[in-house]
Design a protein around this ligand. Structure first.
Ligand code: NAP
Ligand code: MG
Length: 482
């Protein structure tokens, strides 16, 4: 659609960020050369330009990191007064706030997400998680009444590329609050904010070895999982890798939490405030390019309002601005990697071939970089791949329903169960739906809202264990009877 006027570019300055030419591994409180001797290039997916060379940690490197974490656990961290642990976490939270612009710019550069989102969502939420868990550090006995919580030991943590700093915060904050030490691996494509976070740890004077960051690809993750010195694995990523990890750990006695994929239902009833619902649909699927495990990727619209909803949705899609992640006007940024772009394109192709009707608003994409136009499919059958499989991109599949029972049955007809949305004026209907939806999080008249005090996690193939809130501490403590 030709708009009456265009937005002038409003690029965020990137000179606040100083990216090093190369990085080592952060082990024992300092950067060390990888024993593997290997590095790989990490890029800016919006420009296909190299940003830095980062280390590919191998078995020996992981071993060194686990030893550092074990030493710190036994030597200092687990013995520290809980109120002292809290001080470090408060410090980290405050430094993240002070350096928030730097983190936001780097997150958008390395991952492709719009600066508006990294600035207003990722970084503030990451700081909020450290604040929140800092508050629990010296109150663990209140979190677990009549039990005596103690730390588990060394936590191996493996995170994905869609919310690099935020996932790091979700993992590290509760682990440290409960007195554990950490070896964390960021995703291969988005290591830079985790490496900048090491500088925050140095600023906060966190004792060496309490947090160790090892970069690398899936092989590095597999070494962490297999290492006998790790007491607990926390993994966020694909269901496929999650299943492989569970197989590896079976019988080892290591603890495991898995946060995996999703194919959430966003359900709109005919009494919903429609304009508000359309905003929620847009936010549900196009936020962070749809690289969101809890994305509202299946839209269920009640039949009586189908035409009106789709018309409004398409009109709203035409106003989405796709492009430079560092431009403050951008709504939809770059796809995180070439590999992910290919996956999205092939699933969209399958939707066309299976007979769904595709709509993409007119949109001029930058010449370089990885991009995908926001897409909606109508005429979707439940059996189509685009209704079953997680696309992890800006692609929405629309289905319809007549009654609440039908909505529940269709919404729950998926191997996943991470999240869902319900749009209706009726409070009683919200409660009834929330009770019957097999999803860890159910949003009502909103979508993709996060708060550190609220637990997050899945049913079925979306994984087990909860992150956030008091529930999020449970994964990091052993409980003795008081
Ligand atoms: P992924 O391939 O499973 O990767 C997740 C992490 O595991 C990455 O750090 C990855 O390294 C590492 N890894 C890969 N193979 C491994 C192995 N064999 N052993 C141990 N670690 C291994 O997932 P992704 O493609 O990065 O992320 C997208 C998926 O994550 C989606 O399915 C999404 O739904 C899910 N996700 C879930 C949540 C949640 O909270 N439930 C949140 C975000 C994302 P590399 O980076 O080198 O591959
Ligand atoms: Mg992967």
């Amino acid at each position: 659609m030709a708009t009456a006027w265009d937005y002038a570019p409003a690029p965020e300055a990137r000179d606040i960020v100083r990216i090093q030419e190369r990085y080592g591994l952060f082990i024992g409180g300092k950067f060390v050369e990888p024993l593997s001797g290997e590095r790989y290039t990490t890029i800016d997916p919006a420009r296909e330009e190299p940003l830095s060379e980062v280390a590919q940690a191998n078995k020996a490197d992981v071993n060194r990191a686990v030893k550092a974490a074990r030493g710190a656990f036994e030597g200092s961290w687990s013995k520290l007064r809980p109120s002292e642990r809290a001080k470090y976490l408060f410090r980290i939270a405050r430094i993240l706030q002070e350096r928030s612009r730097e983190f936001a710019v780097l997150e958008s550069l390395n991952g492709g997400k719009p600066i508006r989102e990294s600035r207003d969502v990722d970084v503030p939420l990451a700081a909020a998680h450290f604040f929140y868990y800092a508050g629990w550090a010296d109150k663990l006995e209140y979190a677990f009444p009549n039990r005596r919580p103690r730390p588990i030991g060394v936590a191996g943590q493996i995170i994905p590329w869609n919310f690099p700093l935020l996932m790091l915060a979700w993992k590290i904050a509760p682990a440290l609050a409960a007195g554990n030490t950490v070896v964390l691996k960021p995703a291969e494509t988005t290591p830079l904010t985790a490496l900048l976070f090491c500088d925050v740890l140095r600023q906060a004077e966190l004792p060496p070895g309490v947090v160790n960051i090892v970069t690398g690809d899936g092989r590095t993750g597999a070494e962490i999982v297999a290492h006998p010195g790790v007491d607990k694995i926390a993994f966020t990523g694909s269901t496929e890798v999650g299943k492989a990890i569970q197989r590896t750990l079976a019988g080892t006695g290591k603890r495991l939490t898995l946060e995996l994929g999703g194919k959430a239902a966003n359900i709109v009833f005919d009494d919903a405030p429609l304009d508000q619902a359309v905003e929620g649909i847009i936010n549900g699927i196009y936020f962070n390019q749809g690289h969101v495990c809890c994305a509202g990727s299946r839209l269920f619209v009640q039949e009586s309002i189908y035409e009106a909803t789709i018309a409004k949705l398409k009109r709203r899609m035409r106003t989405l601005r796709v492009g430079d992640p560092l431009d403050k006007n951008t709504d939809v940024g770059a796809i995180n990697s070439k590999q992910q772009l290919e996956k999205i394109a092939s699933l969209v192709q399958s939707g066309v071939e299976e007979g769904a009707e595709i709509y993409q608003p007119p949109c001029k994409l930058p010449e370089r970089g990885y991009w995908f136009v926001p897409t909606v499919f109508t005429n979707v059958a439940q059996s189509y791949r685009i209704a079953q499989e997680e696309i992890f991109g800006p692609v929405l599949s629309v289905l319809t329903f007549r009654t609440p029972d039908e909505a529940i049955e269709k919404a729950n007809n998926t191997p996943y169960g991470l999240s869902a949305g319900v749009w209706t004026e009726k409070g009683s209907r919200i409660l009834a739906m929330a009770q019957r939806l097999r999803a860890g999080v159910v949003w009502a008249n909103t979508y993709n809202r996060f708060d550190p005090a609220s637990p997050f996690g899945g049913y079925k193939e979306s994984g087990f264990g909860r992150e956030g809130g008091r529930h999020g501490l449970e994964a990091y403590v052993a409980l003795d009877d008081a």
